[in-house]
Design a protein around this ligand. Sequence first.
Ligand SMILES: [Zn+2]
Length: 264
Amino acid sequence: MAEMRGLLLPESVADVVNPDGGGPFVLVCEHASNHVPAEFDNLGLDEAALRAHIAWDPGALAVASDLAARLDAPLVVQRVSRLLYDCNRPPESPGAVPETSEVFTIPGNRGLTADALGDRARRFYRPFRDLLAATIDRKEQTGTKPVIVTVHSFTPIYFGVRRDVEIGILHDHDHTFADLMLAAARRDADTVTRRNEPYGPNDGVTHTLREHALPRGLANVMIEIRNDLITSKADQQAMAARLAGWLSLAQAELPAGKRKERVT
Ligand SMILES: [Zn+2]
């Protein structure tokens, strides 16, 4: 919290980068930040845990920002750690305010009352959800049916097991755009790219797509990038260039009718 003349001003918990971007995409980065406001006392975690993948998606914001520039797209980002509230989960999900994440327990999230959980959703989820909805509204008002693209990164080693997938193309029950992305990826022999890996809709990771894309009948995809591939600026830029190519190819091949069809 920033203090000014005794008044506590709320920090920004969500932002839109490049709000006037005219391209046919709306980008989303729900796990952009590992910031925990001071009042939460790091949720009882040490610095190493807060730097780890459980607190955020390392590298995802850099790739998403680069994509926003390449595609001239608005990008909606969360500005606080997903450990406070995971904006890719609905308030009723136990994963929204996780008590454990992989091998870590989150002391500051244990035994919270319904009121405390409601407060987290009110402060950290609703502003993000509302900003994303307003950003999509603005796009639709200009006559564009945007493709909704969420950008994530995942840890190369999970519960001690090494993951060989490099890029995951994830979808819920509308797989039209994901199919086109996978077709574009197949022409790019350099990467291990797979459908619904290392997570899929059964892991509850498609909340943003279900909340914002499916009810509006908008084409959509979730991209998961293995985070060891996007640690340097050069690697982040190369990944963004690659993904921008796939996204543009897929968007160009999207049937015009599909963009207006309602998928519910
Ligand atoms: Zn993520």
